[in-house]
Design a protein around this ligand. Structure first.
Ligand code: PMP
Length: 397
């Protein structure tokens, strides 16, 4: 039965990591990953996570099945993080949340649910976007197109182009938007630009699906969720996928959530019942440990403070690396202006390095970046930044 099976192409970013692992050079640097490393180049286990795990293991709970939509405490904690405590929206029960298997799992159950709701819709993702967005919505059998987003000449957003594309979309199109820290470009919309996007989405009857994978990595938990607040106040219905992979450094625990904002508590009950059918036929119900840890941190005043502090440290370290890289390139006499790297937000930067330059970085200097020129600033540290700046200065000279 498998005789004619073709070999699938390798995932481009995971393939890069395989090549990196096989490289025997001692000073190699992997800027291709989408993971936060600390200044020692290590994946952190957050103190707040460790404390919550230790408390849990002192009195280990039995592992029964969770409800289909996951733990209620967790789901409510996610809602509070996304939409703020005590807003009218939550009191009116206009938000439903289902624990999901990471941000990817949230996108997947959202995509499967939308396929049942609007089977003939087209999905629009930003050009460029996280590679898995296209693959995931195509796997859910949607046609996937792009809308204008990145402007290579300014290294920012081509906002006029984006608005024109949104205006041209047919009613009920699904628009995938990055809530903050756009992956891969690092270029985000301003608050005023979000207002205009929301106006077009309302006027054209589009369905917004906001992907929030980096809450807390741009400016902070609350400011990074401002777009959700704006959408909530607009009266629109929309979907939000969220992830704790980065903000809790819990990548392998697969902790995420899908939240859907509806028009009323009655609508919420009906939508949740349908979403539960999607989950039930997919993986039945989500795992326990990671979500229990996140819920414990978010609901304990002491652990919450500890986590917010650690999240701020991650955010500030990335920002310090952005500034240091720009300054070092300048100090090395690089003519090209790289100051856009400081304006971009989150873990990534579209550096403008060409595929050829990325090849030279890898072959000659052992520095791995994505062929599009995307680098992960969170993989820079005080030990490797000089070597990286030297190599970039050499390839752009
Ligand atoms: N959306 C975006 C934009 C991402 O960058 C990522 C992670 N790289 C995800 C979703 C998926 O997150 P998770 O690892 O929690 O599945």
């Amino acid at each position: 039965i498998f005789a004619d099976v073709a070999l699938a192409p390798r995932d481009p970013i995971l393939g890069l990591t395989e090549a990196f692992n096989a490289d025997t050079r001692a000073n190699k640097v992997n800027l291709g990953v989408g993971v936060y490393y600390d200044d020692e180049g290590k994946l952190p286990l957050l103190k707040a996570v460790r404390a919550a795990e230790e408390a849990r293991m002192k009195n280990p709970p039995a592992r029964g099945y969770q409800p289909i939509e996951g733990s209620v405490v967790y789901d409510q904690a996610v809602q509070a993080l996304l939409f703020g405590h005590d807003t009218q929206l939550l009191r009116d029960k206009r938000v439903i949340t289902a624990q999901a298997i990471g941000g990817t799992g949230a996108l997947k159950i959202g995509a499967d649910y939308l396929k049942r709701l609007v089977p003939n819709a087209t999905v629009y993702i930003s050009d460029p976007s996280w590679e898995n967005h296209r693959a995931l919505f195509e796997a859910a059998e949607f046609p996937v197109k792009t809308y204008t987003y990145y402007d290579a000449s300014t290294r920012g957003v081509n906002f006029a182009g984006m608005l024109a594309d949104l205006n041209a979309m047919p009613k009920d199109s699904i628009v995938l938007l990055h809530a903050c820290c756009h992956n891969p470009t690092g270029a985000d919309l301003s608050n005023e630009q979000w207002d205009q996007v929301i106006d077009v989405i309302r006027a054209k009857g589009l369905i917004a699906f906001l992907d929030m994978a980096y809450q807390g990595f741009a400016e902070g938990i609350q400011p990074d969720a401002i777009v959700l607040d704006k959408f909530a106040h607009s009266g629109l219905q929309f979907l939000v996928s969220s992830s704790f992979s980065k903000s809790f450094s819990l990548y392998g625990e697969r902790v995420g959530a899908l939240s859907i904002v509806t028009e009323s508590s009655d609508e919420s009950a009906r939508v949740l019942s349908q979403l539960k059918r999607v989950i039930r036929t997919n993986y039945s119900n989500p795992p326990t440990h990671g979500a229990a840890v996140v819920a414990a941190v978010l609901t304990s005043p002491e652990l919450r403070v500890m986590w917010e502090h650690e999240l701020a440290e991650m955010r500030e370290r990335i920002r310090a690396m952005r500034i240091a890289l720009v300054e070092k390139l300048k100090a090395k006499g690089v003519k090209q202006d790289f100051s856009f790297v400081i304006q971009q937000r989150g873990m990534f930067s579209y550096t403008g390095l060409t595929a050829d330059q990325v090849d030279v970085l890898r072959d000659k200097y052992g520095i791995y970046a994505v062929s599009t020129g995307r680098i992960c600033l969170a993989a820079l540290n005080n030990k490797n930044i000089d070597a990286v700046a030297d190599a970039i200065a050499a390839v752009v000279a």
